[in-house]
Ligand binder design. Structure first.
Ligand code: HEM
Length: 283
């Protein structure tokens, strides 16, 4: 298959996958299948997907590098735009929940810290989605990179918003924070280490430790829960898989997938070499 065709298919599959959560939400809404509080459920689902797509869009540069697969960069823009669109939908559902009273919405955003930072993240994501086109890239020149660097503070704000609204159970927010830590540590690693197995092991361990630190700190300083209780829960097999273990498993999954990909590349190279030796006569 030609690279052009691979990119076309990859873009098409990505577009379909990006639409699935919203179609599923619409279907469940239509079938009255969103539980006793459908609007709250819809707010949670769209918020979760906004964070998921945001993290995936940030993961594509490391993924291209560790999996040595260039076409991955071709879907980065649309996943980033999808993250912004899901965040907008999340906001619109919230506004609908407030009976479209924009004054109440504005007052709530000013009054509640978790909404203030959610709003700031939303503004940044929308600005980045609008300026993500080639045209804007040309217009803004070097400033485009500077502007799009804001995706990192926006992701931090979105994750803090996630933590605050999670209240007593910050499990999912901890997983998001751990995965974000993986992405940040990757950026700060020396280039050679980033793609080596040692680097990937350090990333898995580092992201897990970061997730554990976020979790313990959150429970200690916000919920006033003894960190030892959380640690005991984290190592209790009956409660597995807890957030930190999920982050460790995600890091380990990357190592396994990289191994599989490298084996596939090696086998393909060997097969091509043998094919060339057999079919092209040496003089
Ligand atoms: C003005 C902007 C925003 C508003 C008004 C808003 C509002 C809300 C509300 C009301 C909740 C549910 C709180 C509860 O049930 O007690 C929520 C949860 C959440 N929001 Fe936002 N949000 C905004 C921006 C964002 C952005 C930009 C993101 C991500 C990129 C995001 C991600 C989430 C997530 C992940 C949750 C938790 C979902 C879950 O618990 O499963 N929000 N937000």
């Amino acid at each position: 298959m030609t690279t052009k065709r691979i990119i076309f298919l990859l873009r098409l599959v990505t577009l379909i996958l990006l639409c699935l959560p919203v179609l599923n939400l619409a279907w469940r809404w239509y079938g009255d299948d969103l539980g006793a509080r459908p609007v709250t459920e819809a707010t949670h689902i769209t918020g979760d997907w906004a964070v998921v797509f945001l993290l995936i869009s940030l993961a594509l540069t490391p993924a291209r590098s560790v999996f040595e697969w260039m076409p991955l960069t071709q879907i980065r823009r649309r996943i980033g735009v999808a993250a912004a669109l899901y965040a907008v939908l999340h906001f619109v559902i919230y506004v609908a929940d407030q009976k479209w009273n924009l004054i109440v919405v504005a007052l709530e955003i000013v009054k509640r810290f978790y909404l203030t930072i959610g709003f700031a993240a939303l503004l940044v994501l929308v600005a980045l989605a609008i300026t993500s086109t080639n045209d804007w890239q040309k217009r803004l020149k070097r400033n485009w990179k500077r502007l799009h660097w804001l995706v990192y503070p926006a992701a931090i704000l979105a994750i803090v918003h996630f933590f605050i609204q999670s209240k007593a159970n910050v499990g999912e927010a901890t997983v998001a924070a751990g995965l974000f830590a993986w992405l940040m540590i990757w950026r700060f690693l020396p280039v050679k280490l980033r793609t080596s197995y040692l680097g990937l092991v350090l990333l898995a361990v580092g992201a897990t430790i970061a997730a554990l630190v976020f979790e313990l700190a959150w429970y200690k300083f916000v919920n006033h829960v003894d960190p030892m209780r959380i640690l005991r829960a984290d190592i209790n097999p009956a409660l597995a898989p807890r957030a930190t273990l999920k982050v460790l498993l995600a890091g380990a999954a990357v190592i396994v997938l990289v191994g599989v990909r490298r084996c596939a590349i090696m086998l393909k190279r060997r097969w091509t070499d043998r094919y060339i030796r057999k079919t092209i006569p040496t003089s």
